[in-house]
Design a protein around this ligand. Structure first.
Ligand code: ATR
Length: 449
């Protein structure tokens, strides 16, 4: 269910809540007691009265639920139950600083006679939010993590047995940090379709905020008729081991992996088919890792030109570059690898067979000639307006492939366009690598398609 909070008296928003929400929460402290009867009458959906003070008289207006803090004594809960037997009680706990010992919190709540125990804590890391979901798997409660990193607990609530999630209809009615608007939950994440049978997929990496992968994958899942959802999780290398074990426990089926985790993730997998993994699959036999960046990049590139015996200048030597370099070498390309850190470029060149230089050497390399230039560095991503090599040294009328997806026109793409180069954008490769990921994740579901 979706519960729309009403932070203050707002008739137009109540009309919308009547239409779109399953449940409406009145923040009673901001309502005048004299007008409550009218609001109760206007409300056509079950209602929660959220109280912070002991103004229990308002319960005469017969809400379906009342939400009280756990600091109210169990005896008071008991007496409310006696006086208003039809009202269901929610006993809630808030920690705005951290996600601590959830078992200890639950124990405190369980001493209260209530129908629902609500635990709301701040997620400082994605693992905090995953721990909350794990807790909900084993304890019947409404667990929510506040903050940006806690959003996943709100999106996945029905999969882990929460009776509802709080979803305001406008920013003005947001009552906690990290709440998603009702429209986004329904439209992007297909919240109303979620059930414990929904398969879980997600992106891990840092940063992930600007990635559009949740939009693309959730849309694709819908089009493919899959009961699955895709979320984004900010995970640092230090958090990775715990994150993977939590994802496995929670029943995740697959993960996309982005920087800076593609190489680190390998050590936590039971079977890895690459040294830089961008696709993880949780199977019965173990945790598998593949790289679909390389195959995708080369498949897209070869729609323009075969790479056999062509010279490719590859910028970067990180996870994405590893995938692309391996596949390009396999298909017979000559590789010149340029990276900010020379030692990383040398290591990669040694493995795939190629030559290695620093990015500063690009003018000299360009003079020797090349056919294709591929940017596999993160330079130019998001708000970064820089370019990995000097624009003036780019050769004219060559193929330039950009791995950065956002912005669509990076400075490198703009410079290459000015030199009449043929451009392959990051989005082209992204879509292709997502399709390759589906081969690993949904093999058994998509055999005919
Ligand atoms: P991914 O998995 O997406 O490839 P990564 O493994 O973190 O991410 O690799 C990022 C690449 O971008 C690396 O080649 C990195 O160069 P270093 O090996 O020297 O770190 C490159 N990169 C990142 N920031 C850069 C910058 N400001 N200038 C030049 N190269 C940069």
């Amino acid at each position: 269910m979706l519960c729309a909070p009403l932070k203050f008296e707002d008739e137009s928003m109540l009309c919308q809540a009547n239409r779109w929400a399953d449940l409406i929460e009145f923040h009673i402290d901001h309502f005048q007691t004299s007008t409550l009867e009218k609001w109760r009458r206007l409300c056509h959906k079950p209602v929660i009265f959220k109280l912070s003070a002991s103004n229990f008289n308002v319960l005469q207006h017969q809400p379906e639920y009342v939400d009280l803090p756990h600091t109210v004594s169990p005896e008071v809960f008991e007496s409310i139950k006696k006086q208003y037997p039809q009202v269901k009680l929610i006993c809630s706990y808030h920690d705005f600083e951290q996600t601590g010992d959830l078992t200890a919190v639950y124990r405190q709540l369980a001493s209260h006679p209530a129908e629902i125990y609500k635990i709301s804590t701040l997620a400082r890391t994605t693992n905090d939010a995953l721990r909350m979901l794990k807790f909900m798997k084993t304890h019947k409660c409404l667990g929510i993590c506040m903050g940006e990193l806690g959003k996943i607990t709100r999106i996945l609530a029905p999969i882990f047995g929460a009776p509802w999630t709080y979803a305001p209809l406008s920013n003005a009615h947001r009552t906690a940090s990290g709440q998603l608007l009702l429209d986004e939950l329904v439209t992007v994440y297909r919240y109303r379709k979620h059930s414990p049978k929904t398969s879980l997929y997600g992106l891990i990496g840092d940063p992930v905020k600007k990635s559009s992968s949740h939009l693309i994958h959730n849309y694709a899942f819908k089009k493919l008729g899959l009961n699955a959802t895709y979320i984004k999780m900010r995970v640092t290398p230090n958090e990775l081991e715990e994150c993977l074990s939590l994802c496995k426990f929670l029943g995740f089926k697959g993960l996309s992996v982005t920087m800076p985790l593609k190489e680190t993730v390998v050590r936590y997998l039971s079977h890895s088919f690459s040294q830089a993994v961008n696709t993880v699959g949780f199977k019965e036999e173990g945790v598998y890792g593949w790289n679909t960046d390389g195959i995708a990049a080369l498949d897209v590139l070869e729609k323009y030109t075969k790479v056999k015996e062509k010279t490719i200048v590859l910028l970067g030597a990180g996870g994405a570059a590893w995938g692309v370099a391996h596949e390009a070498a396999k298909r017979g390309a000559r590789l010149v690898i340029l990276n900010r850190t020379l030692s990383r470029a040398c290591r990669l060149a040694q493995v795939v067979g190629g030559t290695a230089f620093t990015l500063e050497e690009f003018p000299r390399i360009a003079q020797l000639g090349y056919d294709i230039l591929i940017n596999c560095t993160s330079v130019g991503m998001g708000d970064d307006l820089s370019i990995p090599i000097s624009a003036k040294d780019l050769l004219e009328k060559k193929i330039v492939m950009e791995i950065v997806m956002r912005p669509r026109t990076t400075r490198l793409v703009a410079a290459a366009k000015a030199k009449q180069c043929e451009i392959i954008e990051g989005i082209d490769m992204f879509i292709q690598q997502a399709a390759e990921q589906y081969y690993h994740w949904f093999q058994e579901h998509l055999v005919d398609g």
